[in-house]
Design a protein around this ligand. Structure first.
Ligand code: ATP
Ligand code: MG
Length: 579
């Protein structure tokens, strides 16, 4: 498909890639991993051809078509969703599946823009698909759909993601960007981790041997001063050599160790809280009492009201009905989806100084802003860089530092895993294990949910909160069963590509074509039904039973539309593949 040959790339005073090479076949699905700021996005941009290499070359097979999703997509000013998607049915259906339907792009949130760009990337015909953090603003169900989609595509794939389950399921090869070089490992992410574990163990062992040897030599030196003169000169030399050898630079890790504060028994009590926006009821009769050691995960589809609930918990938002009472000892730390507004020209070090010049760590040690940044893996060089030059993940890591510096005892995390690299995530998860405060997190990261949360709660279409004491797995099982039992017997099943009852992917029967045609009509009809119900729901006012009925009907129609669209896309792909 393509080959990258001795490519180098640097930004002013910042070499990112040095003479790297990589070959890619048409069926390769490569997962690109590496620390935040290591150069993953840079590599993807070079391969996509949106940025030029400094030296070396990238050879693409003739005529290959590339479709790419960048990490932070931007659109021309003043365009609408329709301008972006055009009349292409597949693009429209994909966008709809991702929860983007219409309207001006300028007013859309970062998440909506990303989903719109993802819809375009997925529906553009190509031989190589490049995706930089596609799951950032999706919900669990859509990620599941994306997984299926990627596994069933026939194009090559180059993927950067922090979603460990997605990576493990989709990638057939892992490429690690590390210290300006690339390391390729055949196999899944799990295979890669096993191999890395073995490699680390070897390195630790040889480092241990080196230290051992050094110690013996030193002891020997001290014990026999006379011997240093003549015949044992070689031992002296060797001891010096060993001492001078830099040793393997230990892999840098994030050191969190930030200050904490005591927490009383009351965190936040929500009592029969409801919240409406316009006439849409987002939350309805929510009652929730958080304990000081709570580890709660919030899940729900895009737009279900997760962030709204978090804002109510934090006191940023007032409820329309019911009460929110916060304990007196509570200091909230808010780590949200949209970055706090820091002037992009501000230097990294100044952003930290604005919060505090010095910080007292949990261990009692007092550190300066610069030292604190170093513990968070921002070297001296990058500390004087402007915030606007940071990579996506570096920016998120800085944000996390600013939040934790203030010693919160109640952490509210809204999609905390977005853009963070896998090593940093592992450290954050471990830190949260031992963290002595309450935690509420809204996330689509299935791994993080399983790892960190004891309780999972979902926001239902009616706006109520449902507890899942068995955690995410229980929620997911329940969600899937309720979906499949709700779908009409004549309706197509969502996971059909992997089911034996469906014909092989490459044959298209007469019935397929017939179904394809009738689906288009059905989708149109469902779309207008959905629009009608949404409009009704918006004007229903305070009549809760009517609102509930409408919301349920809307949920059903949306589900049906979703499976019709999924089926339509599948058939479209098959018909196309068959020519
Ligand atoms: N336009 C730019 N100007 C200056 N420096 C840049 C620019 N783009 C990227 N960099 C720097 O180049 C390095 C690599 O950035 P890149 O975005 O490729 O990293 P990444 O691996 O994708 O990180 P992340 O995981 O955070 O997305 C970073 O140190 C970043 O600060
Ligand atoms: Mg990146």
């Amino acid at each position: 498909l393509l080959s990258v040959e001795s490519v180098s790339k640097s930004y002013p005073e910042n070499p990112v890639l040095e003479s790297v090479s990589l070959g890619m076949d048409s069926r390769d699905r490569i997962g690109v991993i590496g620390r935040n700021g290591s150069g993953k996005s840079t590599l993807l941009r070079l391969i996509a051809g949106v940025e030029e290499v400094d030296s070396g070359q990238i050879i693409r097979s003739s005529g290959i078509r590339v479709s790419a999703l960048v990490q932070d997509p931007t659109f021309d000013q003043g365009v609408s969703v329709h301008d972006v998607l055009g009349d292409d049915r597949r693009a429209i259906a994909t966008a709809d599946r991702l929860g983007v339907t219409s309207g001006p792009v300028d007013v859309m949130s970062g998440g909506q823009k990303k989903r719109l760009a993802l819809a375009v990337a997925l529906s553009t015909e190509c031989d190589l698909l490049i995706l930089d953090e596609p799951t950032n603003h999706l919900d669990v169900e859509t990620i599941d759909w994306l997984e299926d989609h990627l596994v069933n595509r026939s194009s090559g794939l180059l993927l950067v993601t922090h979603d460990r389950y997605l990576l493990d399921r989709v990638a057939t090869r892992i490429v690690e960007v590390h210290e300006k070089d690339l390391y390729s490992h055949d196999g899944t992410y799990e295979d890669y981790l096993t191999e890395r574990g073995r490699r680390d163990a070897l390195e630790v062992a040889s480092e241990h041997r080196r230290k051992q040897l050094l110690r013996t030599e030193l002891e020997w030196l001290r014990r026999s001063p006379k011997a240093r003169t003549t015949k044992a000169q070689y031992r002296v030399d060797r001891a010096k050599e060993l001492a001078a050898a830099p040793g393997r630079r230990p892999p840098r890790v994030l050191e969190v160790d930030l200050p904490s504060r005591r927490i009383g028994s009351k965190v936040v009590d929500l009592d029969n809280v409801s919240k409406r926006f316009g006439d849409r009821t987002v939350l309805c009769d929510v009652t929730l009492k958080l304990s000081p050691d709570a580890r709660v995960g919030m899940v729900g589809p895009i737009g279900a009201g997760k962030t709204t609930l978090l804002r109510l918990l934090d006191g940023r938002l007032e409820p329309d009905a019911g009460s929110v009472e916060m304990g007196t000892t509570i200091a909230t730390g808010w780590y949200g989806q949209d970055p706090r507004s820091i002037n992009p020209g501000t230097r990294v070090i100044d952003a930290v100084r604005e919060v505090a010049e010095h910080t007292k760590l949990e261990s009692g040690v007092k550190v300066s802003a610069g030292q604190l940044l170093e513990r968070f893996m921002f070297d001296r060089g990058i500390q004087s860089a402007a915030v606007g030059e940071l990579s996506g993940g570096e920016r998120r890591r800085l944000e996390l530092l600013l939040v934790l510096m203030e010693a919160p005892n109640f952490l509210i995390l809204d999609e905390p895993t977005n853009d963070l690299d896998l090593d940093t995530l592992a450290i954050l998860e471990e830190y949260l294990d031992g963290w002595a405060g309450a935690l509420v997190v809204a996330t689509h990261d299935r791994y993080f949910l399983n790892r960190v949360c004891d309780v999972v709660m979902s926001i239902e279409p009616t706006g109520t909160l449902r507890h899942h004491p068995g955690g995410w797995t229980e929620y997911w099982e329940m969600h899937k069963t309720s979906k499949s039992s709700a779908s009409k017997p004549s309706g197509s099943k969502k996971r059909s590509p992997s089911q034996s009852s469906t014909p092989s992917k490459l044959t298209v029967t007469y019935n397929d074509k017939k179904e394809f045609k009738s689906l288009a009509a059905k989708i149109r009809q469902l779309e207008s039904e959905k629009a009608r119900l949404s409009a009704q729901l918006e004007c229903v006012g305070t009549d809760y039973s009517e609102a509930t009925r409408l919301a349920e009907a809307l949920g059903d129609v949306t589900d049906e539309l979703e499976s019709a669209e999924t089926r339509w896309l599948e058939l479209a792909e098959r018909i196309e593949a068959a020519g």
